[in-house]
Design a protein around this ligand. Structure first.
Ligand SMILES: C[S@@+](CC[C@H](N)C(=O)[O-])C[C@H]1O[C@@H](n2cnc3c(N)ncnc32)[C@H](O)[C@@H]1O
Length: 389
């Protein structure tokens, strides 16, 4: 028996390692094949000529796109500036009324305010605080908006007043306060039902809260507003004022999506639908948490459809005030700088180097920078109140 066992050991032991050896060999072979396959794929990618790869990245075969008129246009690749990401919505000059210099239809002139004087006073003396804010707090920008609107009206500039991205409408109220009886009011937001499209999660629009905000200063959404767009601003046509029958903007706040692409889009909507001398207020400019806004602004200024027409004249409380007319840029800048009520808070100089003062400059023009840290809330109310007209 023991011999048998010994025999068995002698017979069976060499068999098992042999089988295992065979299996190991097949696995090593399979592994080798898989590696070779992977290597082949990598070699094909890495040794592809660089120009061929760049061409793949920027020039994929694109089918013709169709404009609103149903006319086929050039492929997208040939009309997009190269450095603009492909998901940016780019207006061609012929789609953008302001770029075609077709915007001269101002609203009829009238100095009578849309909101009764007494309701305005109540709002500026603290009533605005009843409305929840969706952005940074405003202090100096509110009186500045009143002052600038008066300057516009004195220059004969009348048009629609609106905001893209209203949240509950606190800043919208500051804008609407300046409207004259002949000027239309407009708002746009995703509001509560479409928040899943709020890709950068900026604010949280709510239609009912917005409506209540309007009512707090005597406006009725149905009868006093020309249009409330519920949806993303990407759905707005570049010739929005033509399609929705309103005079181009005199004053518009851009505060909806905060990515570079959405900012670019919203600036196109604002500028393409603005009268000469209009003021576009961009929120969260130079904000370290919303870098897309700054990126979108400069991309728009250099590559947007508005040729030579983006003139910032003021930065205040996170907002950039920009106009589309060089002469009016100079006028707004000069008038703000010489206004005694604002003198204390506005600065034209960024810093001083070896005795020389360096001015704030952007996009080729000078602008003012405000500093309102020391402005007390009560003083701000009085200042704003003194500018109601
Ligand atoms: C920062 S909040 C606006 C704050 C408001 N301007 C204020 O001063 O109280 C941004 C608003 O934009 C809306 N929004 C975000 N993305 C949008 C988009 N793509 N289209 C339209 N509205 C958008 C949000 O619902 C939110 O109400």
């Amino acid at each position: 028996m023991s011999v048998f066992m010994v025999d068995k050991e002698i017979v069976t032991c060499p068999e098992r390692p042999r089988a295992m050896f065979k299996m190991g060999l097949s696995m090593a072979f399979l592994l080798f094949c898989a590696n070779m396959l992977l290597l082949l794929v990598l070699i094909q990618r890495d040794f592809m000529s660089p120009p061929a790869r760049v061409a793949m990245a920027v020039d994929p075969p694109l089918e013709d796109i169709t404009t609103n008129t149903g006319q086929p246009t050039a492929p997208e690749s040939s009309r997009l500036p190269r450095r603009l990401p492909r998901d940016f919505r780019m207006a061609r000059p012929e789609e953008c009324p302001a770029a075609m210099h077709k915007l001269t239809n101002y609203a009829p002139a009238s100095m009578k305010s849309k909101i009764p004087y007494s309701r305005q006073k109540k709002f500026v003396l603290g009533g605005y605080q009843q409305i929840d804010k969706g952005s940074g707090d405003y202090k100096l920008v509110a009186p500045l908006v009143a002052k600038l609107s008066k300057l516009q009206h004195e220059q004969g500039i009348f048009g629609t007043v609106g905001e893209l991205g209203v949240h509950h409408g606190r800043f919208t109220g500051a804008l609407y306060m300046t409207a004259r009886e002949t000027e239309k009011l407009i708002a746009a937001d995703l509001f509560e039902d479409l928040q899943y499209q709020n890709v950068d999660v900026s604010g949280y629009g709510n239609r009912q809260a917005f409506r209540q905000g309007l009512e707090s200063y005597g406006l009725n959404e149905t009868t006093d507003l020309h249009l409330v767009h519920t949806g993303t601003t990407e759905d707005l046509p570049f010739d929005w004022h033509v399609q929705s029958d309103f005079e181009p903007f005199r004053l518009i706040s851009v505060d909806a999506g905060h990515t570079a692409g959405l900012t670019f889009n919203d600036l196109e909507i604002a500028f393409c639908n603005s009268v000469p001398g209009s003021i576009v207020i961009l929120d969260d400019f130079f904000h370290n948490l919303w870098p897309g806004v700054t990126e979108g602004f400069f991309q728009f200024a250099s590559m947007g459809p508005i040729d030579n027409g983006v003139y910032p004249f003021l930065r205040c409380e996170g907002k950039a005030f920009v106009t589309n007319d060089k002469a009016l840029h100079k006028h707004y800048y000069k008038m703000l700088r010489s206004e005694p009520k604002f003198k204390l808070f506005l600065n034209a100089y960024a810093h001083q180097v070896r005795g020389s003062k360096v001015k704030y400059m952007m996009n080729g023009v000078e602008y003012l920078k405000c500093s309102s840290d020391k402005l007390k809330r009560d003083t701000m109310h009085l200042l704003w109140n003194s500018l109601v007209y």
